[in-house]
Design a protein around this ligand. Structure first.
Ligand SMILES: Cc1cc2nc3c(=O)[nH]c(=O)nc-3n(C[C@H](O)[C@H](O)[C@H](O)COP(=O)(O)OP(=O)(O)OC[C@H]3O[C@@H](n4cnc5c(N)ncnc54)[C@H](O)[C@@H]3O)c2cc1C
Length: 415
C-alpha cells in the first residue's frame, strides 16, 4: 500500500510527527511492533515539563562523581561493562555540562520547551484528552536548607525566562500535603507544568486522533525497512500489506540508531534506563500532586494505576538484563515520607531515556540517506517534546519555515 510518509515508532515522538505531517497534508502510515505508547512514553513520570528550560546536565562536583563511581547512589547507577563502552559519549556529556557550553545548549533547548504546553494543548483539545490532565504544577521537595536555597536561585533564574514558581517553606509543604511524614526544608512548586494521569493513554489518544483523521497505524518490525528500486522505502507489517512510501521518519526512541546504522548513520546515544512501580493509595492519606524528592532522585506521581514511583538513571544498554535495584532503594526512602500502600505491579516496569552527549534531541534529514528523516534522543523530556518535535520536523519535510531555528538539533552534528 502506498503512502507519502511512513513513520517508524509510535511513542510520543513518532505520534507527534505523524499527526503534524498529516496536518500538513501528507498521507502517513505509522508502524510499531506494539500498540502506540507502550514503551518509554508509557512508563514515564507523566509531566509535561514547561519548567525544564535547561536539560539534565551531568553534575560536575567531585562528591557526586565519587559517590557515582561507587555505584551505590539511589538516583544514578550503572552496569560497569556497558558504561565502559559509553566512556567517549560520557566524556562529551561531561564537557557539555561545563558552564559555558551548557549555557549555550540551554538557550537552544529552551526554544523547544517554550512550545511544549501549547503544542500539547492543541492536540489534547483535538483528541478530547483533557481529562488526562491530573493537575497543574509539581513540587521539587528538599530535605536540607542548603540544597533548598540553592534551588531557589535556580527557580529565580528560570523566572527571568517566564517560568513560574512558588517558593514553599517546610510549613507550607506540610499544609499543602499533610499526608507527607517527616520534616522538610521546603519546596519549589513549578506552577506551569501539567501532570498527566496516564502517559500511555495520552499517546494512545493522540494516535486515535491520527486514525480518525485518516492515518493508518500498523503493527510491524521496523527492521524490515528496505529501499525500493525506485529509491523509496518499503516496510512489512504484521497485520496488513507491505507499506511503501517515498519518505520515512525513524522515531524508534532508544532503538533508532540500531536501524539507521544499517543505512550508514549512527550517533552516540547514552541510554539512561528508568524503572517504575505503582503503589496502592491509602484513602485516609491522599497525595495531591506529583513530587520529586530532589535529593534522592525519584518521583512520586499520583496516577490512574496508583502512586507511581519512577527512578533516576541507570546507565546500561537498552537490551541488557534488568536490575531494578533503584526501585527497592527509592521505595525504602519513600515509604518513610510518602503514603505508599502495597505494590500493585507484579514486577517493576523498565524504559530507556535516549540521551545525547549534548543533551539535545536529534531531528531532521539523516545525512547521506535521501528520503530518510529521524526524530530521537529526547532524553529526560521526550514526553514533553514529542508534539513540538513533530511540528518542527513536519515543517522541514514540507518546505515550510519551522517556528524556531532547527539547526542546533540537526542529525548532521554527529557526523
Ligand atoms: C522513568 C522515566 C521517567 C520519565 N519522565 C518523564 C517526564 O515526566 N516527562 C517527560 O517529558 N519525559 C519523561 N521521560 C522521558 C520520556 O519518557 C522519553 O523521552 C520519551 O518517552 C521518548 O519517546 P520516544 O517516542 O522517542 O520513544 P518510545 O516511547 O520509547 O517509543 C519508541 C517506539 O519505537 C518502537 N520500536 C522500537 N523498535 C522497534 C522495531 N524494531 N519495530 C517497530 N517498532 C519499534 C517501540 O515499540 C516504541 O513504541 C521519562 C523517562 C523515564 C524512563
Amino acid at each position: 500500500m502506498k503512502h507519502e510518509v511512513i513513520v517508524l515508532g509510535a511513542g510520543m515522538v513518532g505520534v507527534g510527527c505523524a499527526l503534524h505531517l498529516q496536518a500538513l497534508g501528507k498521507n502517513v502510515a505509522m508502524v510499531d511492533r506494539r500498540a502506540p505508547g507502550l514503551e518509554t512514553s508509557y512508563g514515564n513520570a507523566g509531566i509535561i515539563q514547561r519548567e525544564a528550560i535547561a536539560p539534565y546536565a551531568l553534575p560536575r562536583d567531585l562528591r557526586f562523581l565519587l559517590s557515582g563511581a561507587a555505584n551505590r547512589r539511589v538516583d544514578v547507577r550503572y552496569h560497569a561493562r556497558d558504561a565502559a563502552r559509553m566512556l567517549g559519549p560520557l566524556r562529551a556529556y561531561h564537557r557539555n555540562s561545563a558552564p559555558a557550553a551548557y549555557r549555550q545548549i540551554a538557550q537552544e533547548y529552551e526554544t523547544l520547551i517554550a512550545l511544549s504546553l501549547e503544542t500539547h494543548a492543541q492536540l489534547m483539545d483535538a483528541a478530547d484528552a483533557n481529562h488526562l490532565v491530573a493537575g497543574q504544577g509539581y513540587l521539587m521537595l528538599y530535605r536540607t536548607e542548603r540544597e533548598l536555597h540553592s534551588f531557589f536561585e535556580v527557580a529565580d533564574e528560570r523566572a527571568l525566562d517566564g517560568v513560574n514558581h512558588i517558593k514553599m517553606s517546610g510549613a507550607d509543604v506540610a499544609r499543602e500535603e499533610p499526608s507527607l511524614a517527616g520534616s522538610f526544608a521546603g519546596a519549589v512548586r513549578w506552577t506551569d507544568p501539567l501532570a498527566i494521569s496516564s502517559p500511555g493513554d495520552l499517546v494512545q489518544a493522540y494516535a486515535r486522533l491520527f486514525e480518525q483523521r485518516g492515518g493508518a497505524v500498523h503493527l510491524g518490525d521496523a527492521g524490515t525497512l528496505r529501499r525500493t528500486h525506485a529509491g523509496g522505502w518499503q516496510v512489512d507489517t504484521a497485520d496488513g500489506p507491505t507499506l511503501e512510501a517515498s519518505e520515512v521518519v525513524v522515531a524508534l526512541g532508544p532503538w533508532t540508531t540500531q536501524l539507521t546504522a544499517r543505512f550508514g548513520y549512527t550517533a552516540p546515544v547514552i541510554p539512561k534506563r528508568g524503572y517504575h512501580m505503582h503503589y496502592a493509595r491509602l484513602p485516609q492519606r491522599p497525595l495531591h500532586r506529583t513530587i520529586i524528592d530532589a535529593e534522592n532522585g525519584y518521583v512520586i506521581a499520583p496516577m490512574k494505576d496508583g502512586l507511581r514511583l519512577t527512578t533516576g538513571a541507570e546507565l546500561a544498554n537498552v537490551d541488557s538484563p534488568r536490575t531494578p535495584i533503584q526501585i527497592d532503594a527509592a521505595e525504602k526512602i519513600a515509604r518513610q515520607s510518602f503514603p505508599l500502600g502495597d505494590r500493585v505491579d507484579p514486577e517493576p516496569w523498565m524504559g530507556t531515556r535516549p540521551c545525547m552527549p549534548d543533551m539535545k534531541p536529534v531531528f531532521g534529514a539523516v545525512p547521506g540517506v535521501p528520503g530518510m528523516w529521524c526524530a530521537f534522543g529526547h532524553g529526560h523530556q521526550g514526553f514533553t517534546l514529542g508534539p513540538v518535535t513533530g511540528e518542527l520536523l513536519a515543517a522541514m519535510m514540507t518546505g515550510a519555515t519551522p517556528r524556531v531555528d532547527v539547526r542546533p538539533f540537526s542529525p548532521g552534528r554527529f557526523r
